[in-house]
Design a protein around this ligand. Structure first.
Ligand code: AMP
Ligand code: ZN
Length: 483
């Protein structure tokens, strides 16, 4: 079965054909590490994770690259305001981001380039553009000459004469910095920016043949992606706000320098809404993962909710939605437990489970092949859970093979989604915590009995009983089980 992806470049659902048979190179725009990413960013990062997992699920050898933007105007402004080096701003935010990736069980990417470690590649790319006439320098700042690149605007479907208006719109939406465009002729954008005092103080100024300065945000991604994946690669992703100008400019810079096509497929994730509204600091609805955990929510529910809508469809994040995600995950956990506990018999009659499992995986794959349609994939999975539960309700012993087929189909589907594995780890952790609390209470009861304080010992027994724990006195000490 073939994977089809909606390509912003062609505005159509295109069959995915990698450049090299069996191999895929993906570049995802990573976070700007000046403050911890919010759940909106994580909609995009979880989409990347789904894409990463699913390409591997389909058997491709994947090189997945996600950068860290660790030098950029917002970072420098933050460093300048606090009289810090940019590294002092980005190190704690990067550490928190990496912790969030682990919390949500986002698979590690293969290459995680940091912009500050690839300045040489950026300088050389700007140098190539100056040499071949696509760029010009003015007062130490280097601009890309849009008039030298007639294809400019192809990705965003913006005509060259509308670039100024497009830039204005993006700037008002908070997408780009005013100083990115050349004063006077707003059409050209900066590849490299001349150093200011703030940049030098913040350690964000590097020497170049045309003077000291810092890279523009767009050139960072062009340089890092091509350095790792080559001049032409398969897939480039980001949130929908990056289509213009960030990705448009990446294409102009990269193709202007190499004369080769840059990325073949451009995938963009629709912005997350929170309680039906755009996220914003002033509305305080731009939650971080850490904040959600503090409120007692489980990472698996966050992961499930953010993956539950197809990535180009509207998704509204709400606490009700998190609750519903939790319920769905519990159904999967219960089903998994039920399969593990189901009675088996070697000569059991033929069961429908293997057939149901095979059908689910076929439907599941067809759904994800259709531009990663997660709601359809989840529908196939839950349909299977319902039908298999009906089969288990018959209370007939099953043969080990039938149970095995159902368990491995569940596991195989979750290899792509990664929701059940996370929920399982969480419920194990809860069990462990509960278990050690019970052990502590049993020891307290033993000590109370040793000192003949039977009132306390009985109270502890009642307390445990209330929490569903049944104690059994055995010759080898007290055993407990859930009643
Ligand atoms: P940034 O750190 O702002 O560069 O953003 C990191 C990634 O998150 C980019 O791919 C953005 O397009 C994406 N992003 C930003 N806001 C949202 C949102 N509300 N929903 C989904 N993705 C977003
Ligand atoms: Zn980027």
């Amino acid at each position: 079965m073939t994977l089809r992806l909606y390509n912003t470049l062609t505005r159509s659902l295109d069959e995915f054909r990698p450049i090299r048979e069996g191999r895929v190179g993906v570049y995802a725009c990573g976070p700007t590490v000046y403050r911890p990413p919010h759940i909106g960013n994580f909609r995009t990062f979880l989409f990347n994770d789904l894409l990463h997992r699913y390409l591997e699920w389909k058997g491709y050898a994947v090189t997945f690259v996600m950068n860290l933007t660790d030098v950029e105007d917002k970072i420098i402004a933050e460093a300048a305001a606090r009289d810090l080096h940019i590294g002092d701003v980005t190190a704690p935010v990067t550490a928190a981001f990496e912790a969030d990736l682990r919390t949500l069980d986002i698979r590690p990417v293969d290459v995680h380039p940091r912009a500050t470690e690839h300045i040489d590649a950026m300088v050389s790319l700007v140098g190539r553009l100056l040499e071949n006439g696509h760029a010009y320098e003015k007062g130490g700042t280097v601009y890309f000459d849009i008039s030298s690149f007639p294809q400019y605007g192809r990705l965003a479907r913006i005509e060259a004469q509308d670039v100024r208006a497009g830039a204005g719109l993006a700037a008002r939406a908070g997408g780009i910095d005013a100083d990115e465009y050349e004063k006077g002729d707003a059409r050209d954008f900066a590849l490299w920016k001349a150093a200011r005092d703030d940049d030098r103080r913040a350690g964000a100024a590097w020497p170049t043949p045309w003077g000291e300065g810092r890279p523009g945000w767009h050139i960072e991604c062009s340089a890092m992606s091509m350095q790792v994946l080559g001049e032409t690669f398969d897939i480039h992703t980001g949130g929908e706000d990056l289509v213009f100008p960030h990705h448009e400019d990446e294409i102009a810079q990269s193709e202007g320098a190499t004369g080769q096509p840059f990325a073949h497929y451009w995938l963009h994730v629709k912005h997350l809404l929170v309680d039906g509204e755009k996220m914003s600091k002033s509305k305080r609805n731009d939650y971080t993962i850490a904040q959600l955990l503090e409120l007692g929510h489980q990472p698996s529910a966050v992961r499930y909710l953010l993956l539950s809508a197809q990535y180009r469809k509207e998704l509204n994040f709400s606490f009700d939605g998190l609750g519903a995600a939790r319920t769905s995950l519990q159904r999967l956990l219960d089903f998994e437990r039920r399969l593990a506990d189901a009675p088996t018999r070697a000569d059991a009659p033929l069961s429908a489970l293997p057939r149901l499992a095979t059908r689910m995986l076929t439907e599941f794959e067809a759904a994800l092949d259709d531009d990663l349609n997660t709601p359809a994939a989840l529908a196939a999975l839950f349909n299977f859970v319902r039908e298999a539960n009906a089969e288990l309700d018959r209370d007939q012993p099953l043969d080990q093979g039938a149970i095995g087929a159902a368990r491995s189909a569940l596991q195989r589907a979750d290899d792509a989604l990664g929701v059940l594995a996370l929920a399982r780890m969480e419920s194990q952790a809860v069990d462990d915590e509960f278990g050690s609390w019970v052990e502590q209470r049993i020891e307290a009861r033993r000590l109370a009995r040793e000192s003949r304080d039977f009132a306390t010992a009985d109270r502890i027994r009642d307390e445990l009983k209330q929490r569903g724990v049944v104690l059994e006195d055995t010759p080898r000490g007290v055993r407990w089980r859930r009643g």
